[in-house]
Design a protein around this ligand. Structure first.
Ligand code: SF4
Length: 333
């Protein structure tokens, strides 16, 4: 179970990208940008805690993951790791200790693995580049441990294989092993099982849960899939158009959602919605609008069937609706 101490804290985190308007914007006199990919997020992850970041594509959840792993730079707010402000730390040498402790697992194992490198070389690479081993014997030991922890046994059987010689599940396990080899304390996993068969998904989720239990590893699990988030996470944060609109324990968000967007997300999932939910709100229509043209007021109001006048004018604050449960909706005021 999670430790109470926060390992990661995001304070009013923002990632805005400058954009120049297109021809249509100029003709229609529409102001262009900036793209508010992430627009004021407050979030914590405890040591050994699994927090799922859930939302549709375009919600900004992947950008949050990239900021945490220092693959993208925030334009505002703070990123604190174990209380230390990492927001403006940049450069390979300055970031080396951080990269040792925070790793990322990508969605697409095909792209994440160099097809010309063997499994051994792939898993050994971060150990070498971060200078975490002194000799070949230590290197082989750390690679073996990482492969075994990822469920690739016996590890030696995989050393000389190339990615094309592995199944989809084995490739994703190699990606996990590459992240684990450096013994991180926090892993950001961006849709790590979305490209896998259902039976393999369960195995990979079990690997991640075992790692948390054995090593107190903290995990930020990024997904568009609410039931999957409920299966693995302690808490769920629901993102919409660059903001967290609801956050709470996995059970609360899944079975007692308060924000109309979360309810609509749940209604889109046949096996967890009930008859009452279907009557309460229609399923989501359309897509998340562009983050270059964020609506005034509540960002969900153009798609929200419950919107009223105030929603169009004022952004609702996060309101406590239960223990550890916050929802940003004027219906709660
Ligand atoms: Fe819907 Fe208004 Fe609540 Fe936004 S604030 S989710 S528009 S009811």
């Amino acid at each position: 179970m999670p430790d109470t101490a926060d390992i990661l804290r995001l304070e009013n985190l923002q990632v805005h990208f400058p954009v120049r308007g297109g021809l249509f914007d100029r003709v229609l006199g529409r102001p262009a940008g900036p793209v508010r990919a992430v627009d004021g997020i407050d979030l914590t992850v405890g040591r050994g805690e699994i927090v799922a970041l859930v939302g549709e594509s375009g919600s900004g959840k992947t950008t949050v993951g990239r900021v945490i792993t220092k693959l993208a730079q925030p334009t505002g707010g703070r990123l604190l790791f174990e209380g230390r402000d990492m927001t403006s730390v940049q450069g390979f040498s300055a970031l080396r200790p951080y990269r040792h402790r925070v790793q990322m697992i990508f969605q697409d194992a095909y792209q994440a693995l160099n097809p010309r490198h063997t499994v051994f070389e792939i898993v050994a690479e971060p150990l070498r580049s971060l200078q975490l081993v002194d000799n070949g014997k230590q290197l082989a030991l750390r690679v073996s441990e990482a492969l075994a922890s990822s469920g690739l046994n016996p590890p030696g059987d995989f050393f000389a294989r190339f990615p094309h010689e592995l199944s989809g599940g084995q490739r994703q396990r190699v990606v996990i092993a590459g992240a684990l080899a450096v013994k991180p304390e926090l892993i950001v996993a961006d849709e790590p099982v979305s490209m896998l068969d259902v039976s393999i998904r369960a195995q990979i989720l079990q690997v991640l849960l075992d790692l948390r239990d054995k090593h107190s590893l903290a995990l930020m699990f990024i997904t568009h899939d609410l039931p999957l988030a409920w299966l693995i996470a302690d808490r769920i944060a629901v993102m919409y158009l660059g903001r967290v609109v609801e956050i709470g324990t996995a059970d609360e968000i899944t079975f007692n959602p308060r924000h109309p967007y979360t309810v609509a997300l749940r209604n889109a999932t046949p096996h967890i919605r009930g008859e009452a939910d279907r009557a309460e709100l229609p399923s989501l229509q359309g897509e998340v609008p562009s983050a270059a043209r964020v609506p005034k007021g509540c960002r969900f109001h153009p798609r929200c069937p419950l919107a009223f006048d105030r929603c169009k004018e004022e952004q609702p604050p996060a309101i406590e609706v239960g223990p550890q449960h916050l929802s940003a909706c004027w219906l709660e005021k």
